[in-house]
Design a protein. Structure first.
Length: 70
Protein backbone atom coordinates (compact mmCIF):
# COMPACT_ATOMS: atom_id res chain seq x y z
CA UNK A 1 0.00 0.00 0.00
CA UNK A 2 1.26 3.47 -0.82
CA UNK A 3 2.29 5.60 2.16
CA UNK A 4 -0.17 8.32 1.13
CA UNK A 5 -3.16 6.02 1.63
CA UNK A 6 -1.95 4.11 4.68
CA UNK A 7 -2.85 4.77 8.30
CA UNK A 8 -0.15 6.75 10.07
CA UNK A 9 0.20 6.47 13.82
CA UNK A 10 1.96 9.65 14.94
CA UNK A 11 4.88 9.66 17.34
CA UNK A 12 4.81 11.64 20.59
CA UNK A 13 6.10 14.84 18.97
CA UNK A 14 3.62 14.53 16.10
CA UNK A 15 0.76 13.88 18.51
CA UNK A 16 1.64 17.04 20.47
CA UNK A 17 1.65 19.07 17.24
CA UNK A 18 -1.69 17.60 16.16
CA UNK A 19 -3.23 18.43 19.54
CA UNK A 20 -2.00 22.02 19.25
CA UNK A 21 -3.40 22.32 15.72
CA UNK A 22 -6.77 20.88 16.74
CA UNK A 23 -7.03 23.35 19.61
CA UNK A 24 -6.21 26.29 17.33
CA UNK A 25 -8.72 25.19 14.68
CA UNK A 26 -11.36 24.64 17.35
CA UNK A 27 -10.76 28.10 18.79
CA UNK A 28 -11.02 29.67 15.33
CA UNK A 29 -14.23 27.75 14.63
CA UNK A 30 -15.70 29.07 17.89
CA UNK A 31 -14.69 32.61 16.90
CA UNK A 32 -16.36 32.26 13.50
CA UNK A 33 -19.51 30.94 15.18
CA UNK A 34 -19.55 33.88 17.56
CA UNK A 35 -18.75 36.71 15.15
CA UNK A 36 -20.06 35.75 11.73
CA UNK A 37 -23.77 35.99 11.03
CA UNK A 38 -25.60 32.83 9.98
CA UNK A 39 -25.17 32.65 6.24
CA UNK A 40 -23.94 30.56 3.36
CA UNK A 41 -20.59 32.31 3.67
CA UNK A 42 -20.29 31.27 7.31
CA UNK A 43 -21.08 27.69 6.38
CA UNK A 44 -18.47 27.74 3.61
CA UNK A 45 -15.92 29.21 6.04
CA UNK A 46 -16.57 26.40 8.54
CA UNK A 47 -16.40 23.73 5.83
CA UNK A 48 -13.12 25.09 4.49
CA UNK A 49 -11.74 25.34 8.02
CA UNK A 50 -12.45 21.62 8.47
CA UNK A 51 -10.70 20.90 5.17
CA UNK A 52 -7.71 23.01 6.17
CA UNK A 53 -7.50 21.26 9.54
CA UNK A 54 -7.52 17.87 7.81
CA UNK A 55 -4.65 18.83 5.49
CA UNK A 56 -2.62 20.47 8.25
CA UNK A 57 -2.90 17.36 10.42
CA UNK A 58 -2.06 15.12 7.48
CA UNK A 59 1.03 17.26 6.81
CA UNK A 60 2.21 16.61 10.36
CA UNK A 61 1.49 12.88 10.35
CA UNK A 62 2.86 12.09 6.89
CA UNK A 63 6.08 13.98 7.57
CA UNK A 64 6.62 12.85 11.16
CA UNK A 65 9.80 10.76 11.21
CA UNK A 66 8.46 8.96 14.30
CA UNK A 67 5.15 7.97 12.69
CA UNK A 68 4.40 4.30 12.17
CA UNK A 69 2.70 3.33 8.93
CA UNK A 70 0.22 0.51 9.52
Amino acid sequence: MKKTFAYHKPGQNGLARITELRKAFSDLSDLIERLAPSSREKSVAQTNLETTAMWAIKAVVCNDPESVVE
